[in-house]
Ligand binder design. Structure first.
Ligand code: NOJ
Length: 954
């Protein structure tokens, strides 16, 4: 038996690692009981126009303390004998964040007959929000059961319900009652029969909930009741069993439990979001028999491209180009159908989850950045990563031993290739036992860390949540009773890298503590060694012999929760527990953790970076990496990259060059390679490839001050770092499906990486304005009012990169071996004026490694060019600037100023001296070493401190 299991496991592994991901491992909608049932239900309802759900107008009540409207939704199941069955679903609705509406539909407490053998809670799981929402909402919620609400102003003193709420609510007398609610710019109507919500922003209708009557809640029923309880439009397909090859052992203890609902986005035929999928940025229409998008965290080695198949992470957040979003707060297996209706200028979406409750946050706003801002306010801002972690990461499966690591480390220096992080994959462990080191290869990890530390370098090691059976770590997990259980209540055993493994249950508070204690021992390092960080891989979780490569849905977590209910947040619970552990271990030095996770959910951005998983070294995967990274960026999780230059297989030199040139723009910039591939550290390349890659990595380092400023912006508002064209220029509908060209945040840097072989030029799209080619600052102007297309030169050593006029970016442009070694370098600013001679740029600076910034230890400033005067306007200077200046901020001087000049209408030429006005006084400096050509003026030897107010007069 054991041998057979081993054989099956090897077979799965072999299959998985020798071909692209094979479709047959994953269900299609028609093979998934609840997806199929809901699609059929929707099709039939579309024909019958029937609705079985109404909101009982009499039940509407307002809870003034919690600012929540409560009501009951009733599903009526007609019976031939006239004895209709009425099922009740508690409904709640509240306003939050000024811009948002949240509503929930649960099922009235279920009484489960014959529940004696049941090891899971029979109630619907309604706590996903506690994992997804930011802590600040949690605290409020714990107090009031709902987040802080700005419901409406009303008098609390009046007794009767109708007069109590009359100031904000009106109920019409027709049979289809309507309840009107308003909160500032957001207003809504609740229609009672059939149940529907209409949501408005500034009186314009933006979203209709249940317009199609696809609302369907499979209420609890026994097998016996089943046939009596189905609606005419329902099918009973796989209600109590699962036929799918790899899932047929699913015990489905509670039978059918799905929840489904439709949302029509009005005034838009473009929707975005719901990562992670290897498809275009603008989501595809899934009608006409195509597969719905699926959100279900799974391990998909060499995933297929252009499909709606699920991947490693799930963020159930979608928005339309008319600035309306929905966040479907459900962590179960979820499918989403999308139908664009160009005639009616709307998009109908149908969301189907296997179980849990309907819990939805709808946000509205004047533009898309506001929507993303609201989403990341609710689910937490992306964490501000250590500066080093936005540099270059050198990874491979595997660096074999200490000598190997140190040799890569020194070769990078010999070849003048900067890097900050080197990574150890799986094989550093002793026999795949996490929290151990292979003794002969890594005999002295402290020595290794301290050698790396000299140049400020960091080491990341992999720690996965599956734990090999029979060693001290897994023994402890079992003894402490914090392993995930099978449906019989025994510790679940499955296959992963180490063979027979158990899984830590980080859904349990106690499990998190035990997990933390493992890190405390493993990372018990001298106080000065804070350069060890963690990578949580395989945390979907990946289970080689599990259904669809992941956990059986009937596994049991702490508190009697079924895996089915929390599948998509398990990975989040693993990486959050890991983050908390590292943070507390490094608390003495106050260092910010860096952490990489493969599985993610809404909220993961608070603590971890991610990447697009196991791609392949070919042009298709390079191309798709851009929309994939963009999709996470607009869904609140910007710190993402793709394995450069393709994880599996050996890339051609041309592909390597192009992939680095694209990867330089990923917020997370890491090269990684499968164990079976040839070594490809950049110093091994022949010329000209080596120089091309080196220059590309160096450019990333030069841009670090600008990139770090973008991470700060993202940490404050969720603003995307890799930023789609349509967010910067929503006025052009042609940009709504462009996903091969993008901006870097709001810096004005506009890039189109080359993702095809044999190119010497590429076509870019330019909005009106002036654009400067980055390297030369040669400009061209689109002086019309429309977009123009233009071929730009793109030989192998060149990235099609422009700065849009009107921006100022900041660089540190001296080659250094690591980001830490750049700290003493002065800044260079590059000014790209618009045609009126104006430009603006932001700069954010802190120590790059501690939480000091949360105590105000940072500088934020804005450079403004107008009327030939460049001003520095600091908006934040730390109170203790003098104390921290040298130790943390180091060099805050601008030494070099480059001004692009050939697009200017007026003349700007270099004078002998430049006047500086500061504190009412004037001084000047000589431009003896400065120079000028047709395109730019380069001023050297300036000494202008960004922490002071000054004006430079040209
Ligand atoms: C799967 C990950 O996706 C990959 O990056 C890693 O190299 C392997 N696991 C081995 O740990």
């Amino acid at each position: 038996m054991v041998l057979l299991k081993w054989f099956v496991c090897q077979l799965v592994l072999f299959t998985a690692f020798s071909h692209a991901f094979t479709d047959y491992l994953l269900k299609k909608c028609a093979q998934s009981g609840f997806c199929h049932r809901n699609r059929i239900y929707a099709e039939n309802i579309a024909r019958s126009h029937h609705s079985y759900y109404k909101l009982d107008a009499e039940s509407i009540a307002h809870d003034p303390l919690q600012n929540v409207l409560h009501a009951t939704i009733i599903k009526t199941i007609p019976r031939l004998d006239g004895d209709d069955i009425a099922v009740e679903f508690p409904f709640s609705l509240s306003f939050l964040q000024d811009h948002s509406v949240r509503f929930t539909i649960d099922e009235k407490e279920r009484t489960v007959t014959n529940s004696s053998g049941l090891l899971i809670s029979p109630q619907r799981y309604n706590k996903t929000w506690q994992h997804a929402f930011d802590k600040k909402f949690q605290d409020e919620v714990n107090k009031t059961n709902f987040p802080e609400l700005h419901f409406l102003k009303q008098e609390h003193t009046v007794n009767s319900f109708w007069s109590k709420i009359s100031s904000f609510l009106s109920l019409s007398n027709s049979t289809n009652n309507k309840v009107h609610l308003r909160n500032g710019d957001v207003s809504l109507e609740i229609l009672t029969e059939p149940f529907q919500l209409k949501i408005y922003w500034r009186n314009a209708l933006k979203l209709i909930v249940n317009e199609q009557n696809f609302l369907n809640i499979e209420h609890h029923r026994t097998k016996e009741e089943n046939f009596a309880h189905v609606l005419p439009e329902e099918t009973t397909f796989n209600m109590f069993k699962d036929d799918f090859l790899y899932s047929k052992h699913d015990s489905l203890p509670l039978g059918p439990e799905s929840v489904a609902l439709d949302f029509s986005f009005i005034g838009s035929t473009n929707v975005y979001g719901i990562p992670e999928h290897a498809t275009s940025l603008r989501l595809m229409d899934t009608s006409g028999g195509r597969e719905p998008y699926r959100l279900f965290n799974v391990d998909v080695f060499e995933y297929n491209i252009g499909t709606t198949q699920p991947m490693y992470g799930s963020i159930p957040f979608m928005f339309s180009s008319s600035s309306t979003s929905i966040f479907w707060v459900n962590a179960a297996d979820t499918w989403v159908d999308i139908k664009y209706d160009t005639k009616q200028n709307k998009t109908v979406t149908h969301w189907i989850s296997e179980n849990g409750v309907v819990d939805v946050v709808v946000s509205l706003g004047q533009d898309i950045p506001t929507i993303i801002d609201k989403f990341t306010d609710l689910t937490g801002r992306p964490f501000l990563p250590p500066m080093a972690s936005i540099g270059y990461h050198q990874c491979r499966w595997n660096y074999n031993d200490e000598t190997d690591v140190l040799s890569v480390d020194s070769q990078m220096d010999v070849h003048r290739i900067p890097y900050d992080f080197i990574w150890l994959d799986l094989e550093y462990t002793n026999d795949k036992k996490y929290f151990t080191w292979k003794p002969n290869s890594f005999p002295n990890p402290k020595r290794l860390l301290s050698k790396l530390k000299k140049l400020g370098r960091n080491l990341v090691v992999l720690i996965d949540p599956h734990l090999k059976k029979n060693y001290e770590i897994s023994d402890r997990v079992i003894n402490e009773n914090v392993a995930v259980k099978d449906h019989n209540g025994n510790n679940y055993i499955g296959h992963c890298w180490p063979g027979n493994s158990i899984w830590i249950d980080t859904m349990s508070k106690y499990g998190q503590e035990i997990w933390k204690s493992f890190f405390e021992k493993f990372m018990d390092l001298p106080a000065n060694l804070t350069n060890l960080f963690i990578w949580n891989d395989m945390n979907e979780p990946s289970i080689f012999d599990g259904p669809e490569t992941t956990a059986p849905k009937d596994l049991i977590h702490d508190n009697y929760i079924e895996e089915r209910s929390v599948h998509n947040i398990y990975g989040l619970s693993v990486h959050e527990a890991t983050y908390d552990a590292i943070k507390s271990i490094y608390s003495q030095s106050d260092k910010r953790p860096f952490l990489l996770t493969r599985a993610f959910f809404a909220g993961s951005q608070r603590t971890a970076a991610t990447w697009t998983g196991d791609n392949v070294a070919n042009w298709d995967y390079l191309r798709i990496s851009i929309p994939m990274v963009l999709s996470n960026n607009i869904a609140g999780m910007p710190f993402i990259g793709a394995d450069i230059a393709g994880f599996a297989e050996d890339p051609s030199p041309e592909l390597i060059a192009r992939w680095y040139q694209a990867g330089l723009w990923y917020p997370f910039f890491r090269a990684h390679a499968h164990i079976d591939t040839k070594r490809r550290e950049p110093y091994l390349f022949n010329e000209p490839l080596k120089s091309i890659v080196r220059d590309t990595i160096q450019l990333r380092y030069f841009l670090l001050p600008t990139l770090y400023t973008m991470f700060h912006k993202s940490g404050a508002t969720g603003f995307p770092i890799m930023n789609p064209m349509f967010i910067e220029h929503p006025e052009f509908s042609e940009l709504y499906d462009i996903d091969n060209q993008f901006y870097w945040s709001n810096s004005g840097l506009l890039v189109k990486p080359v993702t095809e072989p044999d190119q010497s030029e590429t076509e870019m799209v330019f909005p009106p304005g002036i654009f400067y080619e980055f390297a030369s600052l040669v400009s061209f102007t689109n002086d019309g009012t429309d977009l123009i297309k233009k071929n730009v030169s793109a030989p192998l050593d060149k990235i099609p990169l422009f700065i849009e006029g009107g921006h100022i970016i900041t660089l540190r442009d001296k080659y250094r071996r690591s980001s830490m070694l750049m700290k003493n370098d002065p800044y260079t600013i590059v000014i790209a004026p618009d045609t009126e001679g104006r430009a603006i740029g932001d700069l954010y600076v802190d120590d790059g490694e501690t939480f000091g910034y949360q105590r105000g230890e940072y500088v934020e400033t804005q450079f403004v060019l107008e009327n030939n005067i460049l001003k520095n306007v600091p908006s934040h200077i730390p109170e203790n600037l003098i104390d921290i200046h040298y130790d943390t901020l180091r060099n805050t001087n601008i030494e070099k100023i480059i001004i692009a000049k050939n697009g200017l209408k007026h003349n700007m030429t270099l004078t002998d001296r430049i006047t500086v006005k500061q504190n009412g006084k004037e001084s000047s400096f000589s431009t003896r070493f400065s120079h000028e050509n047709d395109n730019k003026i380069t001023i050297l030897n300036a000494s202008l401190d960004i922490t002071e107010n000054w004006e430079l007069v040209f």
